[in-house]
Write a protein that binds this ligand. Sequence first.
Ligand SMILES: CC(C)(COP(=O)(O)OP(=O)(O)OC[C@H]1O[C@@H](n2cnc3c(N)ncnc32)[C@H](O)[C@@H]1OP(=O)(O)O)[C@@H](O)C(=O)NCCC(=O)NCCS
Length: 222
Amino acid sequence: MQMPLWVQQIREDMDAALSRDPAARNRVEVFLTYPGLHALIAYRAAHALDARGIRLPARLISHFARMLTGIEIHPSARIGHGLFIDHGMGVVIGETAVIGDRCHLLQGVTLGGTSTRREKRHPTLHDDVLVGAGAKIIGAVTVGSGARIGAGSVVVQSVPPGATVVGVPGHIIAYAHHGNETVERLPDPEWDRMEALENRIAELEARLAAATREIDVPRPRA
Ligand SMILES: CC(C)(COP(=O)(O)OP(=O)(O)OC[C@H]1O[C@@H](n2cnc3c(N)ncnc32)[C@H](O)[C@@H]1OP(=O)(O)O)[C@@H](O)C(=O)NCCC(=O)NCCS
């Protein structure tokens, strides 16, 4: 007999915690003690109501889940299979946010909006995205499959698939090719400027040293 969809989704969410958290021991423990899972179960119920136009009860479920878990997920957000919200406290997922399959969010992550208009104003995360603790992704930007956002980063521009982004504002430090394990560094505009300045200082020092040598050379007496 086939499992109801909601049971299947809860199992996938539990398995996501088991496969990604080395501290997780079994499904019973995950089911009873993981606030990320509790928030997702409440979200999936709220989302089903929201999709049928039953909006206030949906908001209430999401509000109580937030009180219980510290994780705020708007019922209209769209979340795929196997999301793992690790620790969870302080996570905010906005109304028009979209999250693909098998994503991993740590505590304090914000998928927030920048516009006050009723439009797509929150991020879209494709499949297998990792967002580190405290990272903020704001605006209707897209984070490509397999991208990793470092803890504490602030991302305001779209991120290509497989990229690793760190810093404020976020910049790409590495890129993992799909289909193989090679990782290469991408140009980093801040680093490029620092390197150019270092080269320029080295060149000026060399010219200064040459000029000083010229002045110091004793001139033959006439
Ligand atoms: C971004 C991340 C995925 C990169 O992991 P990684 O590929 O193993 O990268 P490394 O640790 O080798 O770091 C690569 C470079 O990025 C820097 N870096 C890594 N994470 C960073 C961050 N969050 N902010 C700023 N710089 C960071 C490192 O210092 C290193 O710099 P260097 O090359 O000049 O030495 C990881 O660092 C991260 O932030 N993961 C989230 C973890 C988290 O939130 N844990 C909380 C658990 S409760």
